[in-house]
Design a protein around this ligand. Structure first.
Ligand code: SAM
Length: 234
């Protein structure tokens, strides 16, 4: 199967509805990513087939959790994961892609413009700084491969509104990490973690999504300075 067939079949296996334009945009994004990856470090994945499986189909699993009209923040998006594939697959959901590395955000701004993604903005900022002006500003937050949950939740949950949710994409064996973060979940206003296990189509990789429903406001003192978050995690 070529990349297009893998992508279309994988999206069907996930029971996602998608348009021919979405498939074109995803394949174009793969080209832009691999082209830029030759001159800067964006992803360890260099095979176009694995861009489809390990990046696009992995990220696509989140699409059914992001209703039209909602605002979604992707914390530590890097080269645009999970945010860019989701913005393509959910054109009526509004995405903010946040990253601390200027060059990656520059790449994302070029990509958003090249793909004509009107529902997506890339912002260069550290999450703990961005949170100061964006408390409870998003319906949903998402994040993949950024930090351990105790740290990640302090960076992210302050920006989710009460009634919203945070989806952290993790490895299949994240139970210890989830257990260690129980105190952080409670302190930050999202006490009950729900684990959603899945297999990425055509990759055969098992993964887990940690869903945290925000039930209460996060106390104003969080997030703390990054050094404090890291050296003294909740
Ligand atoms: N989420 C992407 C993925 O799954 O491919 C990128 C993962 S990359 C390993 C981690 C990214 O998180 C980096 O691009 C880094 O700049 C960003 N990051 C780490 N800490 C951050 C913070 N406090 N605020 C914003 N971005 C951060």
């Amino acid at each position: 199967m070529n990349e297009r067939m893998l992508l279309e079949d994988g999206l069907k296996q996930l029971s996602l509805s998608f348009s021919p334009q979405s498939v074109e945009k995803l394949l174009r994004f793969s080209d832009l990513l691999l082209e830029k990856n030759r001159v800067m470090n964006l992803t360890a994945v260099t095979d176009p087939t694995e861009v489809v499986t390990r990046h696009f189909l992995d990220c696509a699993v989140l699409a059914p959790h992001l209703p039209a009209g909602q605002t979604v923040l992707d914390v530590g998006t890097g080269a645009g994961f999970p945010g860019v594939p989701l913005a393509i697959l959910c054109p009526d959901t509004v995405f903010t892609l946040l990253d601390a590395q200027r060059k990656r955000v520059d790449f994302l701004q070029e990509t958003i413009s090249a793909l004509g993604l009107s529902n997506c903005t890339a912002v260069h900022a550290r999450a703990e700084e961005f949170a100061k002006a964006h408390r409870a500003a998003f319906d949903v937050a998402v994040s993949r491969a950024v930090a351990e949950l105790r740290v990640l939740c302090e960076l992210t949950l302050p920006m989710v509104r009460v009634g919203g949710a945070f989806y952290a994409m993790k490895a299949a064996d994240c139970m210890d990490e989830v257990g260690s973060a129980a105190h952080a979940f409670a302190v930050l206003g999202a006490p009950a973690a729900e684990l959603l296990h899945y297999t990425v189509p055509h990759a055969g990789v098992e993964r887990t999504m940690v869903r945290l429903q925000k039930l209460e406001d996060t106390p104003d003192r969080y997030p703390r300075r990054f050094k404090k978050i890291q050296t003294d995690p909740l």
